[in-house]
Design a protein around this ligand. Structure first.
Ligand code: SAM
Length: 421
C-alpha cells in the first residue's frame, strides 16, 4: 500500500469515474451499501432532526431561508441527507413531511478540494439554482467565501471530510467559521472515531503524530479487487469525544466566540466500514456484510454468524466495558430472534428479560411482535423481506441507544453551536 500527499490523491477522482458516487440506494458492499443507507444516513438524520427543526422554524418565522455550506461536500451527499429528514418516524401517509425541504433553503453551497467531486455534484444537483458547488481547499480555512458570502446558518460536514485535515488546520477552519457565523449558527462535523473496534492499535495514541494514521478506502471495492489492486492510502486524523470538547474550548479561547458542543454521537460501533475489509484488525468478523444482508430483499442471513465475541478486544479502561455491554445485548437479541423463528417460544419465556437494559427490552419486544404478526404471511419471503430488516433496525437502535459519543464508532457526529452576544 503506498501513501501519497493530499494534492496527488487518486482515490476520489477514480471513485467518481467508476460511478461510485452516482446516486444509488442499497447494496451488499461499496459506497452506498445498505448500512450506509439504512443505518448511517438515517441515524445522522435522527441526530440532526431536532436541531434543524428549530433552525428552520426560526428562519421561517423571520421569513428567511436557511443558508448552508457543506465542507468537503463530495458529490453533494450532504444535500441528500439534509433534505430527507422526516418530521416524525412513525408516519404512514403518502407524502413525507420534511424538516428542511428545498423551499426552505436559500443557499446550499458545497465546497470540496476534488474537481471530480465538484463536477459530479453539479451534474447530480446543480440544476437547482439554490444548490451550488465550488472547489476549495479547507486546509487553508474558509478562504474567499469569507469575503464573498454572508454568514451561514449551518456549517455542515458529513462522513469523515474534516478528518482529512490536520488538527492545526481544523483549528484554523473553525476559527474562520466562528468569526463568519451568526449567533445561533450550527456547526456539524463528522469525524473518524479513534476508539473504533476497527483499529484497536490506535486506541492508545498519545502524541499528535500518533493520532494521524494512514487510511484507505478499500471498502469501495470487492474482496477480489482488493486482493489484486494496490489501494491508495492517505493520512487521516482520528478523534475522540474528549478531544473534540478540548478543541471547541480552544477555539472559544482563541476567538472569544463561544463554540458549544451540544451533541456527540458514535455512529457504527460494530458495523464500521473496515469490519469487512479487516485491513486494520484481522480478528474482526465481517459484521457489516452480514447487516447488509439483513437489509437485502430475498436474501436470508445466517444469524449464527452475527454472534460477536467481546473478548477479542484489548483491555481499555472505559472502551472495553462499553463494548462488553453492547455486545452482550447484541448477542441476546440475535439469539432470541433465532430461537423465536424456530420454536414455539415468546418473550415472556425468557427468564429475567424485564431486568435487561431498557434499549434491549425494547428491541426484544419489537422483534417478538414482528415475528408474531408476520409469521403467518405467505406472500413474498417474510423472513428475508420483513423480519430480517426489522432485526437490522432493532440492532441499529440498540447501538444508538447504548453509544456514549466517546469516539468508539467508525464515525463521530459532532453538533456545535456558535454563541455571540
Ligand atoms: C469521505 S468523502 C465524504 C464526502 C461527502 N461529504 C459524503 O458525505 O459522502 C471526503 C471528502 O473530503 C474532501 N476533502 C479532503 N480534503 C479536503 C480539503 N483539504 N478541502 C476540501 N475538501 C477536502 C474529499 O475530496 C472528499 O470528497
Amino acid at each position: 500500500m503506498k501513501s501519497v500527499k493530499s494534492n496527488e490523491w487518486k482515490t476520489y477522482t477514480q471513485a467518481v469515474q467508476e460511478g461510485k458516487y452516482d446516486l444509488y440506494v442499497g447494496n451488499l458492499f461499496g459506497k452506498y451499501d445498505n448500512v450506509r443507507t439504512y443505518w448511517e444516513d438515517q441515524l445522522t438524520r435522527i441526530v440532526l432532526r431536532p436541531f434543524l427543526k428549530n433552525l428552520t422554524e426560526n428562519k421561517r418565522s423571520q421569513e428567511q431561508g436557511v443558508r448552508i455550506v457543506d465542507l468537503g461536500c463530495g458529490a453533494g451527499q450532504g444535500y441528500d441527507i439534509l433534505t430527507k429528514i422526516d418530521y416524525r418516524d412513525l408516519d404512514l401517509g403518502l407524502q413525507h413531511k420534511r424538516v428542511l425541504p428545498y423551499e426552505d433553503i436559500s443557499l446550499f453551497l458545497g465546497l470540496d478540494i476534488s474537481q471530480a467531486m465538484v463536477e459530479k455534484g453539479k451534474s447530480l444537483f446543480g440544476e437547482q439554482a439554490k444548490v451550488q458547488f465550488q472547489e476549495a481547499d479547507l486546509s487553508q480555512g474558509l478562504g474567499e467565501i469569507k469575503n464573498t458570502e454572508s454568514a451561514f446558518d449551518l456549517y455542515f460536514s458529513s462522513y469523515g471530510s474534516l478528518s482529512h485535515l490536520a488538527r492545526k488546520d481544523l483549528v484554523t477552519l473553525l476559527e474562520d467559521v466562528c468569526h463568519h457565523g451568526n449567533n445561533g449558527s450550527l456547526v456539524v462535523m463528522d469525524l473518524i472515531g479513534r476508539y473504533s473496534i476497527e483499529w484497536p492499535d490506535f486506541w492508545h495514541a498519545q502524541s499528535e503524530e500518533e493520532k494521524v494514521r494512514e487510511y484507505n478506502m478499500g471498502y469501495l471495492y470487492s474482496e477480489s479487487v482488493r486482493k489484486t489492486t494496490d489501494i491508495e492510502s492517505f493520512p487521516l486524523r482520528f478523534w475522540t469525544g474528549e478531544e473534540v470538547r478540548e478543541l471547541a474550548q480552544e477555539i472559544t479561547t482563541k476567538t472569544g466566540v463561544k463554540l458549544e458542543v451540544v451533541k456527540l454521537v458514535d455512529r457504527s460501533i460494530l458495523v464500521g466500514r473496515h469490519t469487512d475489509t479487516r485491513s486494520f484488525n484481522p480478528q474482526l468478523k465481517p459484521t457489516r456484510r452480514l447487516i447488509n444482508c439483513l437489509h437485502e430483499d430475498y436474501m436470508r442471513t445466517n444469524l449464527d454468524e452475527l454472534i460477536l465475541d467481546a473478548s477479542i478486544f484489548p483491555e481499555h479502561r472505559f472502551i472495553t466495558p462499553l463494548l462488553k455491554d453492547l455486545i452482550k445485548s447484541w448477542n441476546i437479541l440475535i439469539e432470541f430472534t433465532q430461537h423465536r423463528l424456530t420454536h414455539n417460544f415468546s418473550l415472556p419465556d425468557v427468564t429475567g428479560w424485564d431486568e435487561f437494559p431498557k434499549p434491549l427490552q425494547f428491541a426484544l419486544m419489537t422483534i417478538d411482535r414482528v415475528i408474531a404478526d408476520v409469521g403467518w404471511m405467505w406472500y413474498g419471503d417474510p423472513r428475508a423481506n420483513i423480519i430480517e430488516p426489522q432485526l437490522g433496525y432493532a440492532l441499529r437502535t440498540l447501538e444508538y441507544e447504548m453509544q456514549r459519543g466517546w469516539g468508539c464508532g467508525h464515525g463521530l457526529i459532532v453538533v456545535m453551536k456558535i454563541q455571540k452576544d
